[in-house]
Design a protein around this ligand. Structure first.
Ligand code: SF4
Length: 65
């Protein structure tokens, strides 16, 4: 699985970081999402799905392949 994050639509709400802090971070400059990695292990998948559900702008996507 892979995760993507679109900084063009991210509003810096930080829900993704809260849900999956090993995968997401926020820029110190503008608060926008920063991916710590794009590969998602099975151990992280549930947390990343939660991040996808909670992101208010639809910036985060989990690709199941
Ligand atoms: S939850 Fe969505 S809008 Fe908020 S920082 Fe993460 S990607 Fe950006």
């Amino acid at each position: 699985m892979r995760v993507t994050a679109n900084t063009d639509v991210c509003v810096g709400a930080g829900q993704c970081v809260h849900a999956a802090p090993t995968v997401f971070d926020q820029s110190d400059d503008d608060g926008l999402v920063v991916l710590l990695r794009t590969d998602v292990t099975h151990a992280d998948a549930e947390a990343v799905r939660t991040a996808v559900e909670r992101c208010p702008s639809g910036a985060v996507e989990l690709l199941e392949r």
